[in-house]
Structures are given as C-alpha cells and as structure tokens.
Design a protein around this ligand. Structure first.
Ligand SMILES: *Cc1c(COP(=O)(O)O)cnc(C)c1O
Length: 227
C-alpha cells in the first residue's frame, strides 16, 4: 500500500476514535516515524501530506533532515545521549525523550540564546525495566526543577507502552499519563504549559487517541518496514 493510502486509513481510524470519546480530530497529529525506511519513502510521506516526521537516531535522522531541509516539523523521539544534543540544534523542532537533568543541562548549554527547545518529558508509566523515562512520582519535581533551564519548554509528556497483543491492556498506562499531564497543566508553570500528550504507536494508537493523545508516533503501520 502507498503511504497515502495508509495515512488516509489511519486518519480515518483517528476520526472514529475521536467520535467515540467526543474529541476533535484536529487535536491529534500523526508523526510519521521514518526510522525503518529510506529517504525516498520519507519524501513519499511528505508528499502524502504528512507534516510531522519522527526519528529515533541522530545518524540517519540528521541525514534525512539535511536532504529535506525546508519542509515539515521534525521530532527526535529516541533516547538521546548528552554528547549528541549539539546535532539536534537546527535539525529538530521537538524532543520527546527528556528524562534526566544531565540532558537538560546539555540542552541549556547548546540552546542558550536561541528559541527554547520544545520538549516532552518521558515517563515510564508501566515501570518496565527496558523502558527509559521518569517514574510518575519523579515527574512533577523534575518539571519544577526545569524552571532553571530557560532553553527548555515543557510542551507535554510522552510515554512508550509495553508491547502487548491486545492494545486494551495498555489503556491504563495512557490514562495515567493523561492524568499526570493534567496535574502539571493545572500548575500553570510558565516554562511548562504541558498541553500535549505523545503516546500511541502502530499497534495501540487508537486506544491512545481515546485516552487523549495529541501526537501519535506511527512507523510500521504507515510506512512499512524496509530495514
Ligand atoms: C519506533 C518508534 C515508534 C513507532 O513504532 P511502530 O510500532 O513502528 O509504529 C514510536 N515511538 C518510538 C519512540 C519509536 O522508537
């Protein structure tokens, strides 16, 4: 199937999910996760009308961005080593994986004097050991501390749910992330408006939308896998 056909089908599913819970479909953006695919396939995504591109590695991600300089909003969604923050500058608009103070410090250093980097704080809601992210208990104190880092704007929270056969099984994690986001939002921190929820991937994005996702990160269901 072409990327365009997949995209229309996914948008259709998102519309239906929104209808079930009385949300506006315009509030949900699809990030095309291009980590498994070539530059050509990434361009196909942009031609299909997709405007958000997600990469989880600096290698590959920066290459694509440099080959496609003028279009789209670029999201860095993977774990980021502090020494690689400098490569984000000028290449990515959002970071979805802010999960430690040492990374915040490096972002502050590299983005000093520029527009703040839009960051999602990554939360490990399920507590799976293989996943990165803060515990829910650590999240609010961490965000409070980020007020000392003016190069960072906390736009929202992000999580990766465990991989399960039945996506209903991860609903409680998405719900918990939404509740945590609402708790942060209520505090009205100027540095942390925290209005966005980055959650849901190919196998569970419909449930994520029902639970309030504003960005879903979809790779294989949208683009297939080439590598
Ligand atoms: C790979 C990846 C995705 C997309 O995965 P699919 O299951 O292919 O949709 C989403 N988010 C993150 C952080 C990823 O690394």
């Amino acid at each position: 199937m072409s990327v365009k056909e997949n995209f229309f089908e996914i948008k259709d599913e998102i519309n239906r999910a929104c209808l079930r819970v009385d949300r506006e479909p315009e509030a949900v953006s699809v990030i095309a996760v291009t980590k498994y695919v070539s530059l050509e396939r990434t361009k196909e995504a942009l031609q299909a009308g997709i405007r958000h591109i997600g990469e989880n590695r600096i290698e590959g991600g920066v290459e694509k961005r440099e080959a496609i300089p003028d279009i789209g909003t670029w999201h860095f969604i993977g774990n980021l080593q502090s020494k690689k923050v400098k490569h984000i500058v000028g290449h990515f608009d959002y970071l979805h994986s802010l999960d430690r103070m040492s990374l915040a410090k490096e972002i502050q250093k590299r983005f000093e004097g520029q527009a703040p980097l839009k960051c999602f704080v990554q939360v490990n809601v399920s507590g799976e050991e293989s996943k990165s992210g803060l515990t829910p208990e650590e999240t609010i104190p961490f965000i409070e501390e980020l007020r000392h880092y003016p190069a960072i704007e906390v736009v929202g929270l992000m999580t990766m749910a465990p991989f399960v056969d039945d996506p209903e099984d991860v609903r409680p994690y998405f719900k918990q992330l939404r509740e945590l986001k609402e708790a942060v939002e209520k505090r009205n921190y100027p540095h942390a408006p925290c209005r966005e929820l980055s959650m849901g991937m190919s196998n569970d994005y419909k449930v994520a939308v029902e639970e309030g996702a504003t960005f879903v990160r979809v790779g294989s269901a949208l683009l297939g896998k080439e590598r």
